[in-house]
Design a protein around this ligand. Structure first.
Ligand code: OAD
Length: 244
């Protein structure tokens, strides 16, 4: 894929690089979106029943089983060339940071070492009362596993509808955006607040902000450069441009 001369120069000039990613970067890995995963016996449930504090209160077992199923689906997918390009980018520009809305852990599996997770991680589990991360638990056929300390139910360590973003992760993401000189906004519809504000923090701080998305988004017109194409094609071409 051909990148323009100005864009190549801007990419090469980036020293403090940050990435802001969304579901689109995992599309080529075949990670099912929430909606795609809602197949078969799950199709009849409103997303609020599967991914909200109220849904969990009403039927903890249903919510637990939904996440157990999605955790298993994730074991069958691999990072794609887009994720690997960002890992290579970090080797060329140490200190590169990834801020992601994804819960799939694919950036870490590809090799990025500093990943800020705004919506948690589906492979982690925490106590629903004390919020401490629990490393080991036993799956039971007819019961939601409980915290060994306080006996409250365990729950996935993800942000549900109606919940706030983890404040520390969001504060760190804001800081990363405010201090980067090059930001790549990859595979996000740029619609969900407050995360959608992050690219604007970078723009206001004077960073070059490059959007990578096959579709136009509400952010496209504001980006310094907006590149139309799939992350698995565009990001490898971009990292090649800074490597040569
Ligand atoms: P969305 O599903 O809203 O947007 C995905 C974006 O990826 C769209 O703009 C697509 O055009 C783009 N896209 C599709 N294929 C792509 C590819 N191969 N390469 C690059 N981009 C591609 O996902 P997010 O922006 O992540 O929140 O949505 C943010 C949050 O909304 C999600 O994390 C989720 C949802 O509600 C929670 O679950 C809390």
């Amino acid at each position: 894929m051909e990148l323009g001369r100005e864009l190549r120069a801007a990419l090469r000039g980036g020293r403090q690089v940050a990435v802001f990613s969304g579901a689109g970067i995992s599309a080529e890995s075949g990670v099912p979106t929430f909606r795609d995963a809602q197949k078969g016996l799950w199709a009849r449930f409103d997303p609020m029943e599967l991914a909200s504090p109220e849904g969990f209160e009403r039927n903890p077992k249903r919510v637990w089983d939904w996440y157990a199923m999605r955790r298993q689906q994730l074991q069958q997918v691999q990072p794609n060339p887009g994720h690997y390009a960002l890992a290579r980018w970090e080797r060329l520009r140490p200190g590169l940071k990834v801020v992601t809305q994804n819960v799939d852990g694919l950036h870490q599996r590809a090799g990025n070492s500093d990943v800020i997770e705004l919506h948690g991680n589906i492979s982690r589990v925490r106590c629903s009362l004390e919020n401490v991360i629990v490393e080991q638990w036993e799956e039971r056929p007819d019961e939601v596993p409980r915290c060994g300390q306080c006996a409250a139910y365990l729950r996935p360590d993800v942000v549900w509808f109606g919940e706030l973003l983890p404040p520390e992760a969001y504060a760190r993401a804001q800081e990363v955006m405010a201090t980067a000189d090059l930001v790549l906004v990859v595979g996000t519809s740029a619609l969900v607040q407050p995360a959608a504000q992050l690219p604007y923090i970078a723009l206001r701080a004077g960073a070059v902000v490059v959007e990578v998305n096959p579709e136009e988004t509400p952010f496209s017109a504001d980006a310094t450069f907006s590149v139309r194409g799939p992350a698995g094609v565009v990001l490898p071409a971009m990292v090649e441009a800074i490597a040569d």
